[in-house]
Design a protein around this ligand. Structure first.
Ligand SMILES: Cc1cc2nc3c(=O)[nH]c(=O)nc-3n(C[C@H](O)[C@H](O)[C@H](O)COP(=O)(O)OP(=O)(O)OC[C@H]3O[C@@H](n4cnc5c(N)ncnc54)[C@H](O)[C@@H]3O)c2cc1C
Length: 375
């Protein structure tokens, strides 16, 4: 039986949303935690994130929701506009952290990472940048982890939180395939129009466009390009091409389009999903966040699952006598919820590809209601 041998020690791979929240929650539970992050410090850049109710609820449990609300833009509605530029309904999202606080927050990624990183460090977590895990061996209730700098750790727990292309997943021999869904998503940082006090989503004949406020001054534009091959465009072509894709949209999209030319940050990414079919853990190693379950961005809930994973991993480990039992309880608790979100997000992608928006919006709304249930 893999009872904890001595100190509760953990190596977490990846200082993203899942890794930083898991490290913080574990450190608060008495674990000594070290993070190996491949990138340099302050590497997070680009577009923003919408943190929906379940993210805020989990962040609130870590005492960080108010800091995120102060660093971002709190809001509660999603306004849908049809292909003719006419209103097609407004969804009020559930306020999961109380009626006096907003249902969600738009936040720039670097701001969120600074908040999560500061809290992890405050809790005593050591973050090693420019470092990854080179090899993993399981030895009688311990994991022997060799880092890329040649040093070795013998720890009670290894957590792979290294994103959709996780290499920890491979080191633990947990295999999955990435699915490309024939969509490319665009993001661009723009000044916030005064009327944008919530999320706006505009249906088009071929694509969809929207706007998410990030602060009083900033917002990000999102565009989903349907029926395209996976490809990479040179940076110099990104803003002009995004403006071209927005040209057919009527109404307010014209105003948003004019803001894109001022944007210094336009990114384009393939819509990918990933889901581990079997276990997420082997021995005393486990994968969490996008490494285990990466939804399409349409549900804006990948970060919610990542924060919940971090919290619940620490909670389940804290309740059990051994790491193995804790990991089993954690995976049992998470599998169905994460599967539902990934599969629903893929179904929404399919409806968007077929321009069946009137079916896509209620499906997204009902999935948001499901996600509002306790994790
Ligand atoms: C275009 C787009 C828009 C999105 N919008 C939203 C949204 O609005 N709301 C929302 O909730 N979700 C959104 N998501 C999903 C969300 O970004 C992810 O679900 C979330 O970031 C997952 O967190 P993570 O920590 O698991 O992975 P990541 O955020 O990918 O973090 C992984 C970390 O691991 C590091 N790493 C990678 N490989 C290694 C390695 N070998 N060794 C060490 N470190 C490594 C990376 O540098 C990174 O820091 C969006 C996704 C995309 C692609």
């Amino acid at each position: 039986m893999d009872r904890y041998r001595g100190a509760r020690t953990a190596v977490v791979v990846g200082a993203g949303v899942a890794g930083l929240t898991a490290a913080t929650a574990l450190a608060r539970g008495g674990w000594q935690v070290e993070i190996a992050e491949l990138g340099p410090p302050e590497a997070t850049s680009g577009w923003g994130l919408c943190l929906t109710g379940p993210s805020l609820r989990a962040l609130d449990e870590l005492g960080l929701a108010d800091t995120c609300l102060a660093g971002g833009y709190g809001m509660s509605t999603i306004t849908h506009v049809d292909v003719n530029g006419e209103p097609a309904g407004e969804a009020e999202l559930p306020r999961l952290i109380g009626e006096r606080r907003p249902a969600m927050v738009g936040i720039a990624r670097p701001v969120l990472h600074r908040i999560l990183h500061a809290e992890a460090e405050r809790c005593g977590v050591a973050v090693r940048y420019g470092t990854t895990v080179a090899s993993v061996d399981q030895e009688e209730g311990l994991v022997r982890v060799r880092l890329s700098d040649g040093t070795v750790r013998k720890v009670a727990l290894l957590v792979g939180a290294d994103g959709i292309r996780s290499s920890t997943r491979g080191l633990l021999r947990l295999e999955t395939t990435l699915a490309f869904h024939g969509q490319m998503v665009w993001r661009a940082l723009v000044p916030r129009p005064r009327w944008a006090a919530g999320i706006h989503q505009f249906a088009g004949k071929a694509d969809t466009v929207g706007l998410v406020p990030l602060s009083d001054r900033q917002a990000y534009v999102f565009l989903t390009e349907n029926g395209v091959e996976r490809s990479i465009l040179p940076d110099s072509e990104l803003a002009p091409r995004l403006r071209e894709l927005m040209e057919p949209f009527p109404g307010r999209v014209g105003e948003i389009r004019s803001l894109v030319s001022e944007s210094e940050s336009v990114v384009r990414r393939p819509v990918l999903t990933a889901l581990l079919e079997g276990a997420w853990n082997r021995g005393n190693g486990v994968v969490i966040g996008d490494a285990a379950h990466a939804p399409a961005p349409q549900m804006a809930s990948g970060a919610a699952l990542a924060v919940e994973d971090g919290l619940l991993l620490a909670r389940e480990l804290g309740r059990r006598e051994s790491v193995g039992a804790g990991l089993q309880a954690f995976v049992r608790r998470r599998t169905q919820r994460c599967r539902t979100l990934v599969e629903t997000s893929a179904a929404i992608v399919g409806l968007e590809q077929a321009q069946r928006y009137r079916e896509a919006y209620p499906l997204a709304d009902s999935c948001h209601r499901l996600m509002a249930e306790p994790a």
